[in-house]
Structure formats: C-alpha cells, structure tokens
Ligand binder design. Structure first.
Ligand SMILES: CSCCC(=O)C(=O)COP(=O)(O)O
Ligand code: MG
Length: 230
C-alpha cells in the first residue's frame, strides 16, 4: 500500500521545544542584525519585498524588522519569514550554537524505512533550506541522503488540502500510496481529505480514542503496510 512517507518536523521527527525554545529565539535575537547586514544581497532584498507584500503595505527597513519580529512572536508560517529564519539558522548550525534535534525513534525508523525501499520526504513550514540544515546537522550525522525531496509553504499551507494534492502530483504517486506523519490534527485532516494515509504523532499526550487518525506515541508504533510493486 505505502510507497512513500511524507513527514512533518516540529513535534514529529523533532521536539517542539527544539523549534520553539532554541530555533525561534535564535532567529528572533539575530534577525535585526541579519536583515541590516544583508539587505543588499539579492536573495534577502527579494525576501524583504515579499514581507511588504505579505503585510499589504510598503515597509521601510525598521518596519520590516518589527513586522518580522511580530510574526515570529505569533508563530506565523509566512514564507519570507520562514526563508529568513533558515538563513539565520545556517549561521547558528555553522558556529555549533545548536544541532538539529531528531528523536532517536525517528532516526532509527527513518533509516529502516529507507532501507526497505520507501521514499522519504519532508513537508514542513520551515523553508526547504532550513529543513536540509536541520537534517544535515544532527547528533547522528548528516541524514539528508535518506530523503528524496523536501516541501515547504511554497507548495501551499499545511492545513490546505490542495497542498497535499500538489505533493502527490509532484511525486507522481497516488495519494493512497502516501503516508503523512504529523502532530497537528488540521494538517492530518487536510492530508486525509487529499487521499493520504495519516498517522497522528501524540508524543506528549495520551492517544484520543475518538480521533479519526491512527495515532502513535513514537515512530516505533507506526505500522507500515508495504506495497508489493515498489
Ligand atoms: C525546518 S525546522 C523549523 C521548523 C519551523 O520553522 C516551523 O515553523 C515548524 O513547522 P512544522 O511544519 O515542521 O511543524
Ligand atoms: Mg508539527
């Protein structure tokens, strides 16, 4: 049945606390300096224009920085913010300020699933650049060779059904041969409406007996029904 797995990061492969207490504060502390230092780099210049566009009004540099900090505080999944965060985290990983957190059960099962021939993909609100940084700087080493592709909010929001349809189209796989893993019910609802199989990671809580999605407290509890023709 299942040919490939698409997984979320925060709360799924990696701890909520790593993202909320390490990555986000690091970006918040460094964003003003980063934006001022790189405002003339073509990539950053375009992202700053995109911030104005998302805000719906022309912003000067100071207003842009204030807007970005407000979005960080509200945990907004706005594409130019996520792209800028990735660029800032790059420096943090390079300096050894932190390593990408991956749960041990996630590392072990992703490795096993890859060895069984399953395709592995990431879908996170963090930019593709940020995703690759996280998986290439883990305590287990560089895990990026296990992944065949990455998706971020450029394909659409994680609570939108069309995003999952687009992912299936890009992978040239039927939705019913794809399994989506996440800790967020609304993301799982959207994936399931697109035809994906779903597993809800409930790492900190008790499984909910009324939930419509299969649930797992860690990756060891995820059962995969393999396709014969992969
Ligand atoms: C790529 S790690 C940072 C994750 C992030 O920025 C974020 O907003 C969490 O999003 P997710 O979709 O992984 O829950
Ligand atoms: Mg998540």
């Amino acid at each position: 049945m299942i040919k490939a797995i698409v997984t979320d990061i925060e709360g799924t492969t990696s701890s909520l606390s790593f993202v909320k207490d390490v990555l986000f504060p690091y970006a918040r502390v460094h964003i003003a300096e980063f934006v001022r230092d790189h405002a003339d780099d073509p990539e950053v210049r375009q992202l700053l224009r995109d911030v104005s566009w998302e805000a719906g009004k022309e912003l000067d540099l100071g207003q842009t920085i204030a807007q970005l900090i407000e979005w960080i505080d509200q945990d907004k999944k706005i594409t130019p913010l996520k792209a800028l965060q990735g660029l800032i985290w790059e420096e943090g990983y390079r300096k050894g300020a932190f390593a990408g957190h991956i749960y041990e059960d996630a590392e072990r099962n992703l490795k096993a699933w890859k060895a069984c021939g399953l395709g592995l993909y990431i879908y996170s609100s963090g930019s593709v650049h940020a995703q690759k940084l996280l998986f290439s700087h883990t305590d287990y080493g560089d895990l990026t060779p296990w992944f065949s592709g990455y998706f971020d909010t450029r394909i659409g929001g994680k609570r939108e059904v069309d995003s999952y349809r687009r992912i299936a189209d890009e992978l040239r796989l039927l939705p019913e041969s794809l399994l989506f893993l996440s800790d967020i019910k609304e993301e799982l609802d959207a994936a399931r409406q697109a035809g994906f199989h779903t597993v809800w990671l409930v790492r900190d809580g008790k499984p909910d007996s009324d939930a419509e999605h299969r649930q797992a407290q860690d990756f060891d509890q995820i059962e995969i029904v393999f396709s014969n023709d992969r």
